[in-house]
Write a protein that binds this ligand. Structure first.
Ligand SMILES: O=C(O)C(=O)C[C@]1(C(=O)O)C=C[C@@H](O)C=C1
Length: 299
């Protein structure tokens, strides 16, 4: 019985020599041959770790955070002074209010341990202070060298230059701190989703190491991109986020009889903007992270 469970769990693993340099045994047999599980990294990872199903569930849940964060930001007009360095009189190293806000908040959150979590990537790593909290033992799923892939600067420009003007109304209501806070929540949700491409890539690598190793050794970015792409999955994701923008973004009211009425013609954030955000930015950047991660997977 034990054999079947273990054997099924380990199906599709890479050749033994890539994964267990100590026991050098075939993993399905290793358990019977006295391989000590604690030194067999691959078995450990397989038992504890991530799968394509679990990483896709994570991405799906992040969609909720992203759509909600956009809806929250859309409560305020564009509020241009938040992004204009002259608004603070060129003090604070010529930073705009948003940059100051993000830098200071990240520094505080670093103290509270946010960036100990490998899922979280800061926008301004150079400012970060060591955590004041004791370390938490997060599962270490990522290959350490490849884990440092970072597209934060691209996310920053994408969000402020391309996305934000599309879903906020023109105008200025003076609520700059609230606006900056809402922007930060959007940025963090987008960054977490996009950088989660590292975990997706790791899962894909573990499932078909031979295919990936050939492309990685040849530094074949296009080949890696082809290997990791699932057009049907991308279509599902885009349609789903559009639907979420409709469901989460409609006004729900009760009529005099207590019946629910929803306004389907007006949404707080245009569902097409969310569809395009995913189609033009979120998915392509996630794939870029996946490719960059894989290129360093053997370093
Ligand atoms: O779900 C996957 O397989 C992913 O790699 C994630 C993702 C995405 O960003 O949603 C990216 C690439 C694939 O083509 C499909 C979807």
């Amino acid at each position: 019985m034990r054999y079947h469970v273990v054997d099924r769990d380990l199906r599709g693993l890479p050749p033994r020599e890539q994964w267990c340099p100590i026991c050098k045994l075939q993993h399905g047999l290793a358990i019977f041959s006295g391989c000590n599980l604690s030194h067999c990294r691959h078995i450990q990872e397989k038992l504890n770790g991530i799968s394509l199903k679990s990483v896709r569930e994570f991405l799906t849940r992040e969609e909720d955070s992203i759509v909600f964060s956009l809806i929250e930001r859309a409560k305020y007009p564009y509020n241009a002074p938040v992004y204009d360095p002259s608004y603070l009189g060129f003090t604070f190293h010529n930073h705009s209010l948003i940059e100051l806000f993000v830098r200071e908040t990240e520094a505080l959150q670093a103290k509270a341990g946010r960036y100990q979590n490998p899922e979280e990537v800061p926008f301004f790593p150079e400012d970060l202070i060591l955590p004041l909290v004791p370390p938490y033992k997060y599962p270490q799923e990522l290959h350490p060298v490849a884990a440092s892939v970072n597209v934060s600067t691209t996310i920053w420009h994408m969000y402020f230059d391309r996305v934000l003007p599309q879903f906020t109304s023109k105008g200025n209501d003076g609520k700059y701190a609230q606006t900056a806070e809402a922007d930060l929540i959007c940025l963090q949700a987008l960054s977490r989703r996009i950088h989660y491409g590292r975990f997706v890539a790791e899962v894909k690598f573990r499932a078909a190491p031979k295919d990936y190793i050939t492309a990685i050794k040849a530094k074949d970015s296009d080949g890696l991109m082809r290997l990791l792409t699932s057009a049907s999955q991308e279509e599902i994701v885009k349609r789903r986020v559009e639907e979420k923008a409709k469901v989460f973004g409609q006004d729900v009211t009760l009529d005099t009889k207590g019946e629910t009425t929803s306004n389907h013609s007006k949404y707080k954030v245009d569902p097409m903007v969310v569809y395009s955000l995913y189609s033009d930015w979120v998915i392509p950047l996630t794939k870029l992270v996946e490719v960059e991660y894989l290129l360093h997977r053997l370093d």
